[in-house]
Design a protein around this ligand. Structure first.
Ligand SMILES: [Zn+2]
Length: 358
């Protein structure tokens, strides 16, 4: 049985993310250039400066072996679903966990969260694309709950406590996007788990982003909300466009040209795999380019995300529905405009505020 991989995004370029080193079955230590075996958990992160890849938590770079193993699991999970009809759109419930400091740092506004959801919806329907480069992936996102936690220790160092924090805060089933905003180390913009690992580590499933990457945040060149766009791409099964460099099978997507390494800034016209057709897909959301440079997912990336959704996330959705509605949302389900806010102070001084949105 394989472990968990995370995929993230760094701002900058040069080489691919590697792992900072961790201590449990979900995570793995990967030095830059080292290839872990196929069954080691990975994450995929986005870094502001890929040269600072040591910042990455969990698996960091997805090795060729890990990618192949994920592909095998995908094919296996899709086999029994062959021939089934695929709905044109899928609505993903989103629970946003805001982790902030007692002095107010990181306490992003509801308006920023709503704008972030808007950015996701626009990106996944092809709304940033030029001409016919992009596709409507069919994914839509609906804010279900904002869960605010004030905890200085968590805010100061999320990564070393991420398993405990996520296990405590996680909500919903495999179809629910748990999006955590907190402070991350300076070069790290965000990271994500992969759908193949949801079943074995359901409470760690989700996306973590630096709070200043939300639309209107302070992160220079990375404050238009596409760190979340990128990480959710991993959460739905996509690899980076530079996965496997110029070597087959690349990122397992037919309509994204091969690319030797991550892009930084917005290097238009770059072509790092001269023997393969097409210039580098530097404007693809699954690259490391700065936010303003990123415009689209391709049609085949959309299909690949749908495959992952059907294989690993939508089935769990049905099971969750059979269990009945979450009692904490009962007040909301009753109708009316509806924000249900509850505040909890735990013995260790953590203040949690949940707002259910319907
Ligand atoms: Zn990434």
């Amino acid at each position: 049985m394989c472990g968990v991989a995370l995929a993230g995004i760094m701002a900058g370029t040069a080489h691919q993310p590697a792992d900072a080193g961790v201590d449990n079955a979900e995570t793995t230590t990967v030095a830059a250039g080292h290839r872990p075996d196929a069954c080691v958990p990975a994450i995929d992160a986005r870094l502001a400066d890929p040269s600072r890849s040591a910042l990455l938590p969990e698996g960091g770079d997805v090795s060729p072996g890990q990618a192949a193993e994920y592909e095998r699991q995908l094919r296996e999970a899709l086999r029994p679903l062959r021939g089934q009809e695929v709905e044109p759109t899928r609505v993903v419930p989103v629970v946003v966990h805001v982790i902030s400091a007692s002095d107010g740092r990181g306490n992003v506004g509801d308006w920023q969260i709503r704008r972030q959801i808007d950015v996701l919806n626009r990106a996944y329907r092809g709304g940033y694309a030029f001409g016919d480069e992009g596709a409507d992936t069919g994914f839509r996102f609906r804010l279900r709950e904002i869960n605010r936690t004030v905890n200085d220790g968590w805010f100061r160092d999320f990564n070393s406590q991420r398993d405990r924090i996520r296990e405590r805060l996680h909500r919903g089933g495999a179809d629910t996007l748990n999006l955590y905003t907190t402070r991350l180390d300076s070069g790290l913009l965000g990271y994500s788990t992969f759908p193949q690992d949801q079943k074995s580590k359901p409470k760690r499933d989700g996306v973590v982003i630096s709070y200043d990457t939300l639309p209107g945040g302070d992160r220079h060149r990375f404050n238009e909300g596409h760190t979340a766009t990128h990480e959710v791409g991993h959460w739905l099964g996509l690899f980076h466009t530079f996965q496997n460099g110029c070597d087959e099978p690349g990122d397992y997507v037919d309509d994204t040209p091969y690319e030797r390494e991550a892009a930084s800034g917005c290097p238009r016209g770059r072509d790092t795999c001269r023997k393969a057709p097409g210039e580098d897909p530097i404007t693809n959301f699954m690259n490391y380019s700065e936010d303003a440079c990123m415009t689209h997912f391709t049609r085949d990336q959309g299909k690949r995300m749908v495959d992952h959704w059907r294989a690993f996330r939508s089935g769990a959705n049905e099971e969750a529905e059979q269990e009945g509605p979450d009692p904490r949302l009962a007040a909301v389900a009753g109708g009316g405009p509806s924000v249900d806010v509850r505040t909890t102070v735990t013995p260790d001084g953590t203040v949690e505020v949940r707002a259910s949105v319907e």
